[in-house]
Design a binder for this molecule. Structure first.
Ligand code: FAD
Length: 340
């Protein structure tokens, strides 16, 4: 591609959603990715879309999270029609659970329902639990979502370049002149920084600290009976989410340990223990695989804004990048028009 209108740095859910949206809006877009396309944190997520749960301890997130969830059905429909790929989207509901004595502290503001109502949604729950049913909770299957987004980008003519880490940003005053990616100098009209947890590594080049830090999450995939879960089960320090093909994702730790991606047996065993306290059957399910991902942590809301005359940033989506992707892409296309 000769000089693109936009160079997107990073091919996570945020970078690819934005690249697709910008290309749909008629822009010529190139994505540069340090590793493989779409293989950063995003495919390692659980794919839960839970505004109510995520806003309990961060009320400032609620408006964005609800707005983005409302965009999901039509966003996914367009994506699936364009690519012919199923991303595993579905409203499935969520039970926010804890032991009876600690419910109000764990889930402030959520209204507890009688245990019989919980049992109607999920059989086999431990009888000392209290909970709240959140019917609007939904989910996607992150690896499928990422595959579809990459396919959508290719379909609308986005150039995707992998193994091309951006190591230099050339600037004059408040304007980006070009970048060096994979040793090659590239020039675009505009730039979008979507580098997830690794954003802090570019701080010297950016000349601005966007306040991003990696937060490690360890997870496991379990084999369970096909209809084992009637909803997402979300308890203190643990959740279980069953995808359309029957895989159950068990998550997740939350650790400030830098860029470490190792998985520990103890951490996974602890997740299984916590999950078994919600649903005893979990102890019998087989662990298929385990992994760790790095959330792009930030104190406060994500950064979705201009960081120079011709560069935008969309970073710091922390625990909710999958949920916030449609809204972020939409906001970015609006901002792109403003700085065009
Ligand atoms: C265990 C776990 C469970 C999660 N569960 C959920 C969930 O249920 N729901 C939800 O909404 N969110 C969830 N999240 C959070 C979600 O995964 C993230 O918020 C989201 O993936 C962030 O997307 P991103 O595009 O910003 O980052 P990424 O997907 O990490 O993409 C950033 C990309 O930028 C690339 N990059 C970085 N630096 C450079 C550079 N210098 N040059 C070129 N490329 C570069 C990286 O290689 C990477 O591919 C979870 C996260 C984890 C770890």
């Amino acid at each position: 591609m000769s000089r693109p209108d936009w160079i997107v740095i990073g091919s996570g859910v945020i970078g690819l959603s934005a690249a697709w949206a910008l290309a749909q809006a008629g822009q010529r877009v190139a994505v540069v990715e340090a590793g493989r396309i779409g293989e950063g944190t995003s495919p390692k997520a659980a794919g839960m879309l839970l505004p109510e749960v995520e806003s309990v301890h961060h009320p400032e997130l609620a408006p964005m999270a609800r707005e983005s969830l409302a965009m999901y059905p039509s966003w996914v429909k367009t994506l699936e029609e364009l690519t012919g790929q199923d991303v595993g989207y579905g409203p499935i509901g969520c039970l926010a659970l804890s032991e009876e004595a600690s419910f109000a502290k764990t889930w402030p503001g959520l209204a507890q329902v009688p245990f019989a109502d919980l049992s109607r949604v999920q059989s086999g729950l431990s009888s000392d639990l209290a909970g709240c049913y959140l019917p609007e909770g939904a989910q996607v299957d992150p690896p499928r979502l990422m595959a579809a987004l990459a396919a959508a980008c290719r379909t609308v003519g986005v150039s995707l370049r992998e193994n091309a880490p951006v190591t230099e940003i050339r600037r004059v005053a408040d304007r980006w002149l070009g970048i060096t990616a994979g040793g090659e100098r590239l020039v675009g009209g505009h730039y979008l920084l979507a580098t997830g947890a690794w954003t802090a590594n570019l701080t010297p080049e950016l000349d601005v600290d966007l306040g991003i830090f990696p937060v490690k999450g360890q997870m496991a995939e379990l084999t369970a009976p096909h209809d084992a879960l009637g909803a997402i089960l979300f308890g203190p320090g643990v959740y279980l989410s069953q995808k359309n093909d029957g895989r159950v994702l068990l998550g997740a730790t939350s650790e400030r340990v830098g860029f470490d991606l190792t998985v520990s047996e103890e951490a996974v065993a602890d997740l299984v223990r916590r999950a078994s306290r919600l649903l005893a059957a979990v102890a019998d399910w087989t662990i298929q695989r385990t992994w760790a991902g790095l959330r792009p942590g930030r104190d406060g809301l994500p950064v979705i804004e201009a960081i120079s005359q011709n560069a935008l940033a969309a970073v710091g989506h922390y625990r909710n990048g999958i949920l916030l992707a449609p809204l972020t892409a939409s906001r970015l296309t609006e901002l792109a028009e403003q700085i065009a």
